[in-house]
Design a protein around this ligand. Structure first.
Ligand code: AMP
Length: 415
């Protein structure tokens, strides 16, 4: 993608407005439970500081409620109490700890007091604005006036929040239109580079692994992937809709009724395009959706009526792992079993191991559940890239234009 990057523009003496994704998991008292997202932005943050820029950071955190919509005084008090826990103060403290430098937290995102605090900054200093979602629809509906007020705070814009680039919000998209230069931070640039390895000129064989619960959620992804992958491995909950479409009885396995017709079309399309679409050949079924369920391994044509498929079976694992071992590029979105339950983790774990063991492969792990699985297995470091954006990585694979990326400044054309 031909967008200007953080290290291609000058930051010295400039006030740099940077959107980060500090939407971190929190403890009950609001403190930061997991600082991975903060760490992911450190490279860009340190770079601006070293270059002598003044850094203004902004992010959303959680989903603040709208106290004006409360019907009773108690409801209102409860919303306000919860919103209090979504202030950015604990995030600023954690960032300060990681940087080993003070981070001043401001109590608003826009307005004269914010502007005055920023005007008083020295090069290398960092401030963090208040939660952008406290501005409700002004933020989420991309209000141009709010975007312009945000833009007043900086000389240029850096987007380093990959997890939100698929959303056209004021702080992720609108703001970029009000500043002369908007660039991709290191994290966003890295994400773009890895997804380009899948989408633009992949080393082949290119394999996609798709899992997760429902077919309908991922139709567009599947359709787009069929245009350029060599092999598509389908596991997880969505596999049962495909098996049903092929005429198998699937017992109590998860079925996406609206997806049956889609699955039929996808199977035909794969054949037409010469893509090998591999479904499970055997299944680990359970007699309940529970880690304590009784289990058995059955062939796909022998799923008992009262049982449900919760993981891929050993023959399928062997088949899928063979494909992974031969692959040069693998993109993976969606666990192939209910990996959260140890009884049904084996399939997802085996595919992750096979990927980790293939030293030739470029492996790109979609965000969300798949990233969580790989991290849980302690294999994140063995993957070429673990995406920080679940929704954004899916939309990349759908071939969509992501508004937060489209809004960035194009690189100048050179001969
Ligand atoms: P998604 O958000 O659509 O990617 O779905 C991810 C979820 O699908 C994970 O939480 C898995 O536990 C779940 N999942 C994977 N395989 C199955 C299955 N066979 N039956 C039900 N849920 C599944």
């Amino acid at each position: 993608m031909n967008k200007l990057r953080i290290d291609e523009v000058d930051h010295a003496g400039k006030t740099v407005l940077m959107r980060v994704d500090f939407n971190v998991p929190q403890n009950a008292d609001g403190t930061v439970r997991n600082d991975m997202r903060i760490r992911a932005a450190l490279k860009s943050i340190q770079y601006i500081r070293e270059q002598g820029g003044k850094l203004v950071l902004m992010s959303h955190l959680g989903r603040p409620g709208d106290a004006d919509k409360a019907e009773t005084a108690e409801e209102k008090a409860e919303i306000l109490r919860k919103n209090e826990l979504l202030k950015m103060d604990p995030v600023a403290d954690k960032l300060s700890e990681l940087l080993g430098a003070p981070v001043k937290k401001l109590d608003a995102c826009v307005g004269p007091e914010v502007e005055a605090a920023i005007a008083a900054m020295n090069p290398g200093e960092v401030v963090l604005l208040e939660n952008t979602r406290f501005y409700g629809k002004k933020e989420t509906k991309n209000d141009p006036e709010f975007a312009a007020q945000l833009a007043k705070l900086g000389d240029l814009y850096v987007s380093d929040a990959f997890g939100t680039v698929h959303r056209a919000h004021a702080s992720t998209e609108g703001v970029a239109h009000h500043l002369p230069v908007s660039v991709a931070g290191f994290l966003v640039a890295k994400e773009i580079d890895y997804f380009s390895k899948v989408l633009d000129n992949p080393e082949r064989p290119l394999v996609a692994i798709l899992g997760g619960a429902k077919v309908s959620d991922k139709i567009t992804v599947i359709e787009n992937l069929l245009n350029f992958v060599d092999t598509l491995l389908i596991g997880g909950g969505m596999a049962y809709t495909f098996l049903k479409a092929q005429g198998y009885e699937i017992g109590k396995s998860i079925l996406d009724k609206d997806g049956i017709e889609v699955a039929r079309k996808v199977l035909a399309l794969a054949q037409e395009k010469g893509v090998k679409l591999q479904l499970p050949v055997d299944i680990v079924v359970g007699d309940a959706f529970s880690n304590d369920a009784n289990t058995q391994v059955v062939a796909v044509d022998a799923i008992p009526p009262e049982w449900e498929g919760l993981d891929i079976g050993p023959e399928t694992i062997a088949l899928f792992c063979d494909v992974i071992r031969e692959a040069s590029t693998v993109v993976w979105n969606g666990p192939v079993g209910v990996f959260e339950m140890p009884t049904f983790v084996k399939g997802t774990r085996a595919l992750a191991d096979a990927l980790a063991e293939n030293s030739q492969v470029t492996s790109i792990i979609g965000g969300g559940d798949t990233a969580a699985a790989v991290i849980q297995f302690g294999l994140a470091e063995k993957m070429s890239h673990v995406s920080t954006g679940g929704g954004a990585s899916l939309e990349m694979l759908e071939g969509k234009v992501l508004p937060g990326l489209a809004a960035l400044t194009d690189k100048p054309v050179t001969d």
